[in-house]
Design a protein around this ligand. Structure first.
Ligand SMILES: Cc1ncc(C[n+]2csc(CCOP(=O)(O)OP(=O)(O)O)c2C)c(N)n1
Ligand SMILES: [Mg+2]
Length: 699
């Protein structure tokens, strides 16, 4: 455990400058006044629903905030991090507008007020916090990795900037904490884990979160990690300890964890009576109140009692005035509540993605410039990644085995050699880390293109994927994280419950994701480039059976070719029945349509949706209005599969044109079976489609 070192003044922000104690005291009073007005007035009056007091945690946070002065610094905190926000410049009106659900307040009433963010082009930022404990860690690790990239590869002055994750003792048990620790130490990132240990996660004692109840002690032998541990309520010692930890990170001696012990002077939240805590414990911790300790440390040595009292009164007045202004603010107009799920070309986000960095990628061309020969879908994807890496220095490709091996499917073969180890790199085997890091990198102005090795293995990243999709909406377009996630999956000769699921409907249901599911090499190029030059998070599904399928081979359509999302392809025209499908089923459906035509059973119109979010409703409805019959076929499970969405839309909007029921043909509601004999029995075959289509034609 590192010992505290005396303060010696050099530069602000590197941990060795003298603390501005007068400002620390001012902000302590402000933080307490905010807590008081919420706890004593606004909650009892029913004006807010959530209140998480920071009393006890405040001093340590404010001491850390004073060190965060580099313009590229960023923090990701949690619901108890308001003192840090005050230290970064949050004013009381904005602080209260959030919990009061008013316009402004960092989410315009969309998110709970204690879940802050601080979006500004210049100066330290607070990345959007999440309600999920532990979800803050991997995005800020991504920010830290982006700092290294921005310095080394883009020449930006980030060599002393740092990233800070703030969390409680309970959060040290989460997947996110361990994922981020793994990333920060293996990549030697400029990242500080600031752990405020108040001994409890709601009512669960810290000993059930970390063995022995001290995460810092447990991490003492973790390779590549600076470990600091001390009392977060002892003003001088805490300031010295925090300064030392910050210096460790800024001087690029590696990541660090700093555990500060703090009292939780209120219940977990305003509703929590703390009945589970012994009275003696509550009395003992009241004596550790950092406000009292700060007073005893500053008065009279550094300020007079009168000045202290004046500060407290000034804070009370400032909060009252802020409250009045916050209460007078309007609420967001309800007709705006569905805005900002996706990017709005009229209004760029403040932070995140290329547009947040003030960069507009080239639009690309919609015309195909077919090159001689046909390439398979795998080569098409690789070539598109290669071309975009060459023209966009902010793009980075990463995942498990993507560098030296070139990906287990081969999509990134040779890219690391061509574009360098900074831009195409292997990660640890940690999907939450892969996606969470991508989110933070996108917020730092890069274009992250992570690969999830097999679709099923996105499961550990589910939380980060969900939070990534909603971040633009949650923050009212202040932040966005446009990442392009490549995700191979689906059957390939055989099936199995691990490598062969498609499960694409999850991404259609999740908020904020666009979803591409190409069936051939040309579409793969156009859709992938569209995604890489777009401004929204995209799941790019690569069907394993199509990567080298003859049916999917096409000429390369050119280095500028883009295919907009939401434009289905009419694979073959017909007036008797519409078949709607996508991905690997397209080729099977084509066979079925040819067979039906040869038999004289009817002319079937085959539609390949190409993208599921957005999906081309107009194309499908126009077709069904003509044919009066529709069969939807997919590989994903039947129940609540995307076919249900298409069917519901048709019955709602083309009901009077229908001459037959809308039918779905899909995988039975089981995981993909391994044996080809079993697989073929449950994935719709050309023969199954032919039979299903004939039934509808004859209906
Ligand atoms: C993933 C997740 N699980 C459970 C919860 C409910 N929850 C909110 S706060 C909390 C305890 C967190 O304790 P700690 O990290 O020590 O922070 P503290 O509140 O003590 O500052 C729990 C269980 C949640 N928000 N997220
Ligand atoms: Mg705690």
């Amino acid at each position: 455990m590192a010992a505290a070192t005396p303060l010696s003044a050099t530069r602000v922000g590197d941990g060795s400058a003298p603390v501005d104690w007068i400002d620390v005291a001012r902000l302590m009073h402000l933080s307490r006044a905010l807590d008081a007005v919420e706890e004593q007035r606004l909650l009892p009056e029913g004006k807010l629903f959530y209140q998480f007091s920071a009393r006890g945690h405040d001093l340590a946070q404010l001491l850390l905030a004073q060190q965060l002065t580099h313009p590229a610094d960023a923090v990701d905190g949690y619901y108890r991090s308001r003192p840090m926000m005050l230290g970064l410049g949050l004013d009381p009106e904005e602080a209260l507008a959030g919990p009061l659900m008013k316009l402004g307040g960092f989410s315009d009433g969309r998110d709970i007020g204690v879940v802050f963010n601080l979006a500004r082009r210049e100066g330290p930022k607070m990345l959007p916090m999440c309600g999920g404990v532990g979800a803050q860690y991997t995005p800020i690790a991504g920010w830290a990795q982006a700092l290294t990239y921005r310095h080394r590869s883009l020449g930006e002055p980030c060599e002393e900037a740092m990233a800070v994750a703030m969390g409680g003792d309970g959060s040290c048990a989460t997947n996110g904490f361990w994922s981020a620790l793994n990333i920060a130490t293996t990549q030697r990132l400029p990242m500080l884990f600031f752990i405020e240990d108040n001994g409890y996660g709601i009512s669960v004692p810290a000993t059930l979160q970390s063995p022995g109840g001290n995460i810092a002690a447990n991490l003492a032998s973790y390779a590549g990690l600076g470990v600091f541990d001390g009392d977060g309520t002892a003003p001088d010692a805490a300031a010295a300890l925090i300064g030392e930890a910050v210096r460790h990170v800024r001087e690029r001696r590696g990541p660090a964890v700093l555990r500060v012990t703090v009292p939780r002077l209120s219940g977990h939240s305003a509703q929590d009576t703390q009945a589970y805590r012994p009275a003696t414990e509550l009395e003992a911790q009241a004596r550790r109140d950092p406000l009292i300790r700060l007073h005893d440390c500053l008065v009279p040595a550094r300020m007079s009692e009168t000045a202290w009292r004046e500060q407290a009164e000034a804070a009370r007045v400032e909060v009252e005035a802020g409250l009045e202004r916050a209460l007078a603010r309007p609420v967001l107009s309800p007709d705006q509540v569905t805005r900002f799920v996706f990017s709005d070309p009229r209004e760029a986000q403040q932070v995140g993605g290329l547009r947040g960095a003030g960069i507009t990628p080239p639009a690309g061309k919609h015309e195909v410039h077919a090159q001689p020969g046909r390439i398979n879908m795998l080569a098409a994807i690789r070539r598109t990644l290669d071309a975009e890496l060459a023209c966009n220095e902010r793009m980075v490709v990463f995942g498990e085995d993507v560098a030296a091996k070139g990906g287990v499917h081969g999509a990134t073969l040779g890219l690391a050699e061509r574009h360098g180890a900074q831009r195409v790199f292997d990660t640890s085997l940690n999907e939450e880390g892969i996606i969470g890091r991508a989110v933070g990198m996108a917020m730092a102005g890069l274009l992250p293109v992570p690969e999830i090795q097999f679709r099923k293995y996105a499961d550990p990243a589910e939380e980060q994927l969900n939070d990534c999709g909603t971040v633009r909406w949650r923050t009212g377009n202040r932040f966005a994280a446009p990442v392009v996630v490549r995700m191979p999956g689906g059957f390939f000769r055989c099936g199995d419950p691990w490598h062969s699921q498609t499960g694409e409907v999850k991404w259609a249901h999740a908020v904020g994701w666009k979803l591409a599911f190409p069936s051939n090499a040309e579409d793969a190029v156009g859709l992938l480039r569209s995604a890489l030059r777009g401004d929204d998070p995209v799941i790019f599904f690569e069907h394993r059976s199509l990567l080298d399928a003859a049916s999917a081979r096409r000429p390369y359509p050119g280095d500028d070719y883009v295919l907009p999302f939401g434009q289905a392809r009419v694979v073959r025209p017909g007036d008797d029945l519409t078949i709607v499908t996508w991905g690997a089923i397209v080729a099977r459906a084509e066979q079925a349509c040819s067979a039906l035509e040869k038999q004289g059973a009817g002319q079937v119109e085959l539609i390949d949706l190409r993208t599921l979010v957005p999906w081309d409703r107009a194309c499908v409805l126009e077709s069904v209005n003509r044919t009066g019959r529709c069969l939807i076929v997919h590989e994903d499970n039947l129940t609540a599969g995307f076919g249900a969405e298409v069917a519901a839309t048709i019955t709602d909007q083309a009901f009077f044109a229908l001459d037959a029921p809308v039918r779905r043909l899909a995988m039975a509601d089981i995981p993909s079976p391994h044996s080809p004999a079993l697989l073929n029995a449950v994935v719709p075959s050309a023969h199954d489609i032919e039979r299903g289509a004939r039934e509808l034609l004859e209906f």
